[in-house]
Design a binder for this molecule. Structure first.
Ligand SMILES: [Zn+2]
Length: 58
């Protein structure tokens, strides 16, 4: 899983959003901003479920 940060390609808009994707980063190509412009990927990072990082044995 990846946590991607997208930003609108229109500088005047620059709307950011975060999207969690499984593996098909290509799917982000279809992502469009509400203003009508396309999104570009700003950042991609590994994403883990929060509960995985829950209590570790002492
Ligand atoms: Zn926009």
């Amino acid at each position: 899983m990846f946590l991607t940060t997208l930003i609108c390609s229109d500088e005047a808009c620059a709307q950011e959003l975060e999207v969690v994707v499984s593996h098909a980063l290509d799917a982000l190509d279809d992502s469009a901003c509400a203003c009508g412009c396309t999104h570009v990927v700003l950042d991609v990072s590994a994403w883990e479920r929060a509960e995985i990082r829950a209590l570790t044995p002492a």
